[in-house]
Write a protein that binds this ligand. Structure first.
Ligand code: GUN
Length: 281
C-alpha cells in the first residue's frame, strides 16, 4: 500500500497564515534579526527564505551580513546590540559559522529570551526539563506535522537516527515529552536496521542519502525525513530511499517539500512567541 505523503508545503502555508493573522492583531510588528557571516551559498539561500517568510507573515526583519573576516569580536558586538534592542524580539545567527569563530560562545551570547533557534544552553535545559522554551525549529516542525496528521507518539516506539544538537537530540526530547518510547541511533549503533525496524515513528536526520532502505522499516510505520542531501544529478533528496520505503509505510515526508518548509514556518511561530513574551502584543 502506498503511504500518505505529508505535504510540508501546505502545512507550512497554514502555519504561516496563522502567524500572519495573529501578527495583524499586535500593536506593533514582531522583529527578527538574522545574522549571516561569510558567503556560504546554502546559508545565503536559507537567509533569503527567512526574509521572504517574514514579509509573508508581517514580521519586521533585519539582516546583518558580516564578511567572513569580520571576526568574533565584531559578531559579538552585533549580538550585544541586538540583545538590547526593544524592537527586536528574535535573533538568529545562521550556522555554520566560517572557520575561526567560536560557535558555542556565539550561541551563549544571544539572550535566551530572544533565542528563536532554541540553541542557547538555557533553552536546551528548559526543553529537557519540560519548561516553557523556544524549541529548535526543525524538530518543532516535525511535531507539528505529526499533530496535523493525528499521529500521537504516546506509547509508540520512536527511533531518531542522528544525534545533532540542532535536530536529533531535541527531536528525541520532544518525542519523549509526548510520551513516546525513544531510541537515538548514530554512526556507532551496532545494527541500525534492527533498531529502525522497531520504529512506529522513524525520524531520519543524518545527511546520508539512501541510508534508510525499505528493509529497515516496519510495515505501516511513520517515516519523517529531515535530511537535505543532493543526489548525483544534483537534485535534493533525504536520508530515506523514498520510492521503495513509501510502498511500505503509512506516512512519509518527501524531500523537498516535507520538513524543510515546516522548519521555516516554525521560525515564524517562534518569533511570534518571542514578541508575545516580550509583552508587546
Ligand atoms: N543552519 C542550518 N539549520 C539552521 C538553523 O535551524 N538555525 C541556524 N541558526 N542555522 C542553521
Amino acid at each position: 500500500m502506498a503511504a500518505n505523503v505529508i505535504d510540508g508545503k501546505a502545512l507550512a502555508a497554514k502555519c504561516k497564515a496563522r502567524v500572519a493573522q495573529e501578527v495583524r492583531s499586535f500593536s506593533r510588528r514582531p522583529g527578527l534579526a538574522v545574522i549571516i557571516v561569510g558567503d556560504n551559498p546554502a546559508s545565503r539561500t536559507y537567509v533569503n527564505s527567512k526574509r521572504k517568510d517574514c514579509e509573508e507573515c508581517g514580521i519586521y526583519s533585519e539582516e546583518y551580513a558580516l564578511p567572513a573576516e569580520a571576526g568574533q569580536d565584531a559578531l559579538m558586538e552585533v549580538i550585544r546590540t541586538l540583545n538590547a534592542r526593544e524592537d527586536i524580539d528574535g535573533i538568529l545567527c545562521q550556522l555554520p559559522l566560517p572557520e575561526g569563530y567560536d560557535e558555542e560562545a556565539v550561541l551563549l551570547a544571544i539572550d535566551p529570551d530572544k533565542d528563536v533557534d532554541g540553541f542557547h544552553p538555557v533553552n536546551v535545559g528548559r526543553l529537557s526539563t519540560g519548561q516553557p522554551c523556544f524549541v529548535p525549529c526543525t524538530p518543532a516542525g516535525v511535531m507539528e506535522m505529526l499533530r496535523e496528521c493525528g499521529i500521537d507518539p504516546k506509547g509508540k516506539e520512536c527511533v531518531v537516527v542522528g544525534r545533532s544538537n540542532i535536530v536529533g537530540k531535541p527531536m528525541a526530547m520532544l518525542l519523549l515529552a509526548a510520551h513516546g518510547t525513544v531510541t537515538i541511533c548514530h554512526s556507532r549503533t551496532r545494527d541500525l536496521g534492527e533498531v529502525c525496524r522497531r520504529a512506529d515513528i522513524l525520524v531520519a536526520a543524518v545527511g546520508k542519502r539512501d541510508l534508510i532502505t525499505a528493509d529497515m522499516v516496519k510495515e505501516g510505520a511513520v517515516v519523517i525525513d529531515v535530511a537535505m542531501n543532493r543526489n548525483d544529478a544534483g537534485k535534493l533528496c533525504g536520508d530515506v530511499d523514498y520510492g521503495p520505503v513509501s510502498e511500505k509505510v503509512s506516512y512519509i515526508t518527501p524531500v523537498p517539500g516535507g520538513v524543510g518548509p515546516m522548519t521555516r514556518a516554525m521560525l515564524m511561530v517562534n518569533t511570534l512567541e518571542a514578541a508575545r513574551r516580550h509583552g508587546k502584543a
